[in-house]
Design a protein around this ligand. Structure first.
Ligand SMILES: [Zn+2]
Length: 810
């Protein structure tokens, strides 16, 4: 069958809509095009959207919960989207604001607290979109909102469900709709992700289609086709590509029945089409999808429900063909001709639970080495009124290595599914196929196979040096320890014992301490609603000072934060201002009491703003920390330094010891100092100057001060970094598909335990996503689009390229 399919399918590179976003159709030059709602990257400083959290926070919190705890979880939820490597959009915390005070012309996400209808935990999505820029096929989002409840009494901030809802709402705010793949963008009924693995392949594809990096285009593949019934296009059919290893990525068809599933990691996929489930109580449309609008802004309705079908033309999973997807290409003409349903859709929205310990856990984890080889499920169409499985109910698992051995009754409203494993069952999400004589329903990632039990914390032991040792089972060096929404800094580990430095917290703050393993399981699977807690006991009250404290609007410059009693730490500490007119482009922690930040102030800023330093679970604010006044600019004529080489990821100038920094400066030859050292200046003409960085200059951020004739320009930060290098095993040759490990030198950021640098490998101009193996080593998979022969290879870490070297491809 595979050979026949391969002959049938045309391979090509294509570009069209995919996944499912908020869409309005428009007619342009006789063609109907889909306009998706998304943030306009070109209008965002360093491609960063900021979110602002309303001050005050919610009126009521769960027992023993605190606002600091909740805020930390909101920031962690946003960070999930910030860290998607195949998306260019950065998502950063802007600070706390008065609700409604954001200027309309600043694209931003507002997180608000309000009364919500009963049963609704949150809402989110774009609220203001602008007209499309000339020729652009999208509607720029000006404002998105996330509305969280004023009453968090039944939603503790540490709970996985609270957290995943916040991740979900941030997804809506960025432009994503619901999907049927059980990813974080699935509705709560079928969502089957965990805090440890909050984003699934479908979520990553959805956001990356809106804001793609070049590696998204080159390293992933796509499947496209059309769904028809009697020759006519089927509207809003859900087409999903499944890999037995647990990937599921989907798209909805457009008004002509066409679809495109993008963002598929190279693998073999089975593809099926399924109608949207009927609207449930509280939902206004099938699948709870915001319907696309036609050019007259009328909603486009989905086609009537049809029979589920696997490609090519099979009713059962066993008849599904395998479609091989390769990097950078699209498998086209994966077409479906579906038939109308004789009966309404009865089987859908299945929720599953597992029992690793005394607590029911969703999505169901099943330890293949344990004794509880079953999950229980509830959902539409599973049970009869007498609590028996519906007549003829059958279940199978995609991939075949795991089988459903029995379906039986459990407690009222629930069925029990027993599973059988083979040595190939592996780990990860598994797809469940349910069928009766009348219909077939697929629930991607209905349950998760694990090889061991969830982590469990039995004791927190404090040491005199401020460290805390987490004692328990299934805890080791790969376990992440969260204090509320902030990751603790790992120190030493052995099986069952992990020592960490807790993030800073205010005196008497109570943090929920949760262990999360790489398989996505958390200690809450054992401890449920009663996580371990850590009570902070540090009566010192930290404070800080900001310098300078008056800056002219329209300026980009550096500010310095000096703390007293603070514990600044990269990855924990950030500076915010109470005005969206000030963007913190980058900050650097120089010591536990010293932080530098490069800030850009918009020309329309005015007045006095507060500055907040957030460090872990603690924050301190200085009201009126910075005065933004036009009088400042009239008092001293402003001179600016415009560096010619800046890091595209953060907009910061850079240079290497022994290298040069080149900048534009209005006026005659200036005097220049770098971190207080006078440096030689050369005039290159047209107001361009270059300074040489002394060869012995220390690496790190350095303040560049430029003055001329007694007038000083506003200082800026230059990042001084060694030129990074890479090393390959001598004499080895490689082929497409090979995993290549590279030794990297001069990129100390790779060793950071709390921040995640973005790493790309460039071979013959083709960008490859890369994985960090250690502080001195990365690995990547060679893409087929790299031509054979000796090619140049380099690595880019957080926007900073290494020197090139050679790689030989067979
Ligand atoms: Zn939603």
């Amino acid at each position: 069958l595979i050979a026949r399919l391969a002959a049938l399918l045309l391979m090509a590179v294509g570009a069209a809509q995919a996944y499912y976003h908020f869409i309005r159709y428009a007619d342009r030059e006789g063609q109907r095009i889909a306009l998706v709602q998304k943030f306009d990257l070109s209008a965002l400083p360093v491609k960063t959207i900021r979110y602002y959290i309303a001050d005050p926070g919610p009126e009521r919190l769960a027992a023993n919960d605190s606002l600091s705890s909740l805020l930390s979880q909101i920031r962690l939820a946003a960070r999930q989207w910030d860290e998607v490597e195949s998306s260019e959009l950065r998502v950063r915390y802007g600070g706390r604001i008065d609700p409604g005070s954001l200027p309309e012309d600043t694209p931003a996400i507002e997180v608000l607290f309000d009364e919500l209808p009963p049963g609704l935990l949150a809402l989110g999505g774009p609220v203001t979109v602008a007209d499309p820029p000339a020729g652009a096929a999208f509607l720029p989002i000006q404002r998105s909102q996330i509305v969280l409840p004023n009453d968090f009494t039944s939603f503790p901030s540490f709970a996985e469900s609270t957290y995943l809802t916040m991740v979900h709402e941030f997804g809506h705010a960025l432009g994503l709709q619901h999907t049927l793949t059980s990813s974080v963008m699935a509705t709560q009924l079928t969502r089957a992700v965990t805090k440890g693995q909050a984003l699934a392949a479908d979520d990553i594809a959805g956001v990356s289609i809106l804001y793609p990096t070049r590696t998204f285009q080159t390293s992933l593949g796509a499947i496209s086709g059309r769904v028809t019934q009697g020759g006519a296009g089927v509207v809003l059919a859900s087409v999903t590509a499944l890999s037995p290893a647990g990937l599921a990525v989907s798209a909805l068809t457009g008004p002509d029945g066409a679809y495109r599933i993008a963002g598929l990691p190279p693998a073999s996929y089975q593809v099926y089409v399924q109608p949207l489930p009927p609207a449930q109580t509280g939902e206004s449309s099938p699948g709870n999808i915001v319907l696309p609008l036609d050019p007259d802004r009328r909603p486009i309705q989905p086609s009537a429900a049809f029979e589920t079908q696997f490609f090519p033309n099979a009713r059962e999973l066993s008849g599904a063909g395998a479609i091989p997807v390769t990097a950078g290409s699209t498998v086209e003409n994966v077409n479906f001709s579906v038939t109308a349903r004789r009966e309404p859709m009865r089987l859908y929205n299945v929720s599953t639970f597992g029992f690793p310990a005394q607590v029911a856990v969703r999505p169901a984890p099943i330890n293949v080495n344990g004794t509880r080889n079953f999950f229980v499920a509830t959902g539409q169409g599973l049970l009869t009124a007498a609590n028996q499985p519906v007549t003829g109910l059958r279940a199978s698992v995609a991939g075949g290595a795991t089988t459903v051995t029995a379906i039986g009754t459990y407690s009222p409203g629930y069925l029990r599914f027993d599973l059988g494993f083979s040595p190939d069952s592996g780990e990860g999400g598994r797809h469940l196929v349910l069928s009766t004589a009348a219909e077939t329903y697929i629930q991607p990632n209905a349950f998760r196979l694990t090889a061991r039990q969830p982590p469990a914390i039995t004791e927190l032991a404090r040491a005199g040096d401020g460290s805390v040792t987490i004692l328990g089972s299934n805890i080791d060096s790969r376990t992440a320890i969260l204090f509320d929404g902030v990751r603790a800094l790992p120190q030493t580990a052995e099986e069952g014992r992990l020592t960490v430095i807790p993030p800073p917290g205010a005196n008497s703050h109570r943090a929920a301490v949760v262990a999360i393993n790489p398989d996505g399981q958390s200690s809450l699977s054992v401890q449920g609603d009663s996580p371990s807690t850590y009570l902070y006991d540090n009566p010192d009250s930290p404070s800080f000072a900001l310098s300078p404290n008056a800056i002219a609007p329209g300026t980009e410059t550096v500010v310095e934060v000096t703390g007293t009693g603070t514990a600044f730490q990269e990855g924990w500490t950030a500076l915010q201002f109470s005005s969206p007119h000030i963007a913190v482009k980058r900050s650097w922690v120089l010591s536990p009491t010293r932080l530098l930040a490069q800030i850009a102030i918009s020309p329309s800023a005015s007045g006095a703003v507060a500055a907040t330093v957030t460090s872990g679970l603690r924050s301190a604010t200085i009201p009126n920390a910075l005065v933004l006044g036009a009088e400042i600019s009239s008092a001293s004529p402003r001179l600016t330094v415009a560096p010619l080489a800046v890091n595209p990821l953060n907009g910061i100038a850079f240079g290497a010891p022994g290298g040069q920094v080149v900048f534009l400066f209005p006026g005659g030859i200036p005097q220049v100092s770098l971190a207080g050292r006078t440096v030689d200046v050369a005039a290159l003409g047209d107001g361009i100057y270059s300074v040489r960085v002394p060869a012995d200059f220390p690496t790190g951020p350095a303040i560049l001060r430029v003055s001329q004739g007694g007038n000083a320009a506003v200082p800026i930060v230059v990042q001084i970094q060694e030129a990074g290098r890479i090393a390959l095993e001598a004499g080895r040759t490689f082929a497409a598909g090979d995993t290549v490990e590279l030794a990297v030198i001069g990129f100390s950021e790779l060793a950071s335990l709390l921040t995640r640098p973005r790493v790309t490998v460039v071979v013959a101009g083709v960008e490859h996503p890369a994985r960090i193996v250690s502080g001195t080593s990365i690995e990547f998979v060679l893409l087929p689009s790299v031509p054979a022969g000796t090619q140049t290879i380099s690595v880019i870490v957080d926007g900073r390229p290494s020197l090139g070297t050679s790689i030989t491809l067979r």
